[in-house]
Design a protein around this ligand. Structure first.
Ligand SMILES: NC(=O)c1ccc[n+]([C@@H]2O[C@H](COP(=O)([O-])OP(=O)(O)OC[C@H]3O[C@@H](n4cnc5c(N)ncnc54)[C@H](O)[C@@H]3O)[C@@H](O)[C@H]2O)c1
Length: 255
């Protein structure tokens, strides 16, 4: 996409970047954007077909991994370090926005939702911090969501995971700042992806125009809007920023 050529961050060239959930949706755009900056990108995903196709197209490293399996996640990060070197930039992107009612909540579903949306972020951070510490710094970007700010119904588990990301981002920024490691969260609003298109078409086709009515900016956001901010947060241009939440929602959460 053209926007990727508008800004070139020299500090991203040859940086080693690890992205979870990079095979499709916002993650795919993050992979494309960082490759375009000359970074050396590795991504993990459980979608083998899409992952292998993207890695072949962009000549980057794909590892098949279910991030809810912490042993698999640790092994994938060990492989990234041995094949590319210690990670400079980690983007904790994998997640799954599923609708669920309180009445249907089971212990298994609760655990699944936390595992797919929250737990892996901490273990991925744990895996990259020793290497970043050796290198004298790094940038960690945790994908949050405005979901909990808007208090939407039917998403209690997803909301609680995404709210928790704000808490641990602030805490870890203090714990890791001494090593030069920055920890921020990137907080998307209503971002158009293939999965979101399919979900809203099924649930409520009118909801998409409702998003735009509620937003201050009357544009349909897509993954490129998130990628622009993710490049900035990974680059040296954001060297003074840590412990913060950076919202990309065209003003939706302010309404
Ligand atoms: N799209 C939006 O409107 C929106 C809004 C707010 C926050 N977000 C957040 O942005 C991130 C990306 O969302 P998206 O819309 O691109 O989602 P998506 O479902 O389109 O893509 C998610 C990617 O993660 C992968 N993935 C899912 N579960 C996995 C697992 N267990 N192990 C490994 N990979 C797994 C999927 O295969 C897919 O490639 C998520 O953290 C999501 O919560 C998205």
């Amino acid at each position: 996409m053209n926007y990727q050529h508008n800004v070139q961050y020299h500090s991203l060239k040859n940086k080693i970047v690890a992205i979870t959930g990079g095979a499709s949706g916002i993650g795919e755009e993050l992979v494309r954007a960082y490759v375009n900056q000359g970074a050396r990108v590795a991504f993990v995903d459980l979608n083998r077909e899409a992952g292998e196709k993207l890695a072949q197209e962009l000549n980057c490293l794909f590892l098949l991994c279910d991030v809810t399996n912490i042993e698999q996640l640790k092994s994938a990060f060990a492989q990234i370090a041995s094949q590319l070197g210690d990670v400079d930039i980690l983007i904790n992107n994998a997640g799954s926005d599923e609708h669920h009612q309180l009445k249907d909540l089971t212990e298994d579903y609760f655990n699944h939702s936390i595992n797919v949306n929250l737990r892996h972020q901490l273990f991925a951070i744990q895996a990259v911090v020793p290497g970043m510490t050796k290198k004298g710094g790094g940038s960690i970007i945790n994908m949050g969501s405005i979901i909990w700010m808007r208090g939407r119904p039917g998403r209690v588990c997803y909301s609680l995971s995404k709210a928790a990301i704000h808490g641990f981002t602030r805490s870890l920024s203090q714990e890791l700042g001494v090593h030069g490691i920055r920890v921020n969260s990137l907080v998307p609003g209503a971002i158009r992806t293939a999965k979101q298109d399919a979900m809203w078409a099924k649930l409520n086709p009118a909801a998409v125009s409702q998003f735009i009515e509620l937003q201050a900016l009357k544009i349909r956001l897509d993954a490129t809007h998130c990628a622009r901010l993710a490049l900035f947060l990974g680059s040296e241009e954001s060297c003074g920023c840590t412990g913060q939440d950076f919202i990309v929602d065209a003003g939706l959460s302010v309404n």
